[in-house]
Design a protein around this ligand. Sequence first.
Ligand SMILES: Cc1cc2nc3c(=O)[nH]c(=O)nc-3n(C[C@H](O)[C@H](O)[C@H](O)COP(=O)(O)OP(=O)(O)OC[C@H]3O[C@@H](n4cnc5c(N)ncnc54)[C@H](O)[C@@H]3O)c2cc1C
Length: 380
Amino acid sequence: MITLTEEQRIMLNTVRQISQEKIKPRAAEIDESGEFPWDTVTLFAENGILTPLLPEPYGGIGATYLLFSMILEEISKVCAASALILIAQADGMLPILYGGNESLKEKYLPPLAEGKLSAFAATEPGAGSDILSLRARAVKQDNGYLLNGQKCFITNGCIADILCAYAYTHPDRKAKGMTAFVVEKDTPGLSYGKNENKMGMRGSINSELIFEDLWIPEENRIGEEGDGFSNMMAALNSSRLFTASQAVGLAQGAIDEATTYANQRVQFGAPISRLQAVQFMMADMVARTEAARLLTYQAATYLDQQKMNQVLKFCSMAKFMASDAAMQVTTDAVQVMGGYGYMKDFPVERMMRDAKLTQIYTGTNQIMRVVAAREIFKKP
Ligand SMILES: Cc1cc2nc3c(=O)[nH]c(=O)nc-3n(C[C@H](O)[C@H](O)[C@H](O)COP(=O)(O)OP(=O)(O)OC[C@H]3O[C@@H](n4cnc5c(N)ncnc54)[C@H](O)[C@@H]3O)c2cc1C
């Protein structure tokens, strides 16, 4: 059973209120225009939730993973793209929090609570699931590194004040030769390619990044040379929990919409919620979502308890179960609502497009099953 402290309950209530009153009314417009909602960033910063996981000494609230999971769920019920602002922020922040030294943390983390943005820059045109094949190179030079390479699909890429970028310092050592760096916006040698035009989650920005002889001071290295891959995996693990939470929120949002509609829509002289065909669809939708939610909370709890022997398996299982549930549930919500569900006047068609992404990013669901299976068959 989940128990929250009084403080956590108050925080969650605030998030629920903001979501309903401020974020929900903007969701369709953000989706339609594809514009990044800077006002939502300000709203999150003003309410102290732009970086909930950040410990208090760095300006955050030191939320547990479980509370953050619930916050993401609450926002995703009404606008998954707005929840992605918090996810992308956490993705760019955690590599520093997990692997950076104290001076790096003190320099770069507090501004993230106040409204500066970060991004996690791993994927390249030739390196998606096969991330070890990345081609970015950081060559040691004097008291720093010269970075060359290209990244793609990076959420917040061109608007982030800092990037956590991954490159090989020793390509021959493969996983042990990758290193992570903090790259500041406006650094000479950093330029931006196109921003993607996407099917869903349209209120977020995804950019190509180009590094050309970009000089990074040695103090901006996260951890030691060769720590990059384990740093990336640790951040990704947490991010899979965030995607699962976003997916649970999307599914719940679609259920809420479909339930209201089914109670109001009259066909054959009665609300369609009286039809067994609709009832069975709704029963499956709710059961799928509740199951995904429990698995997601379990993964969050293991992260909070730092039970690392469970974290990898549960974060990947939660990610694929919750996102598959979100895809199925949002699709069924459109079905329950018939032709109206297909129209942009109702939010479920947007939720269905947004849900698709949760099956793809932070590791595709095929890769998530590979990871979970590897853990299941791992020698004790
Ligand atoms: C909107 C969006 C936002 C993103 N944000 C970021 C970000 O902020 N930072 C970042 O670094 N990246 C980001 N990504 C990248 C994302 O993580 C990758 O798209 C994802 O990991 C998949 O890589 P890929 O697109 O190259 O697909 P591929 O790896 O080419 O996969 C194509 C297909 O092959 C399958 N496949 C590949 N390998 C295997 C295997 N071994 N076993 C079984 N099936 C396999 C996949 O499951 C998939 O179905 C984002 C992507 C999107 C679409």
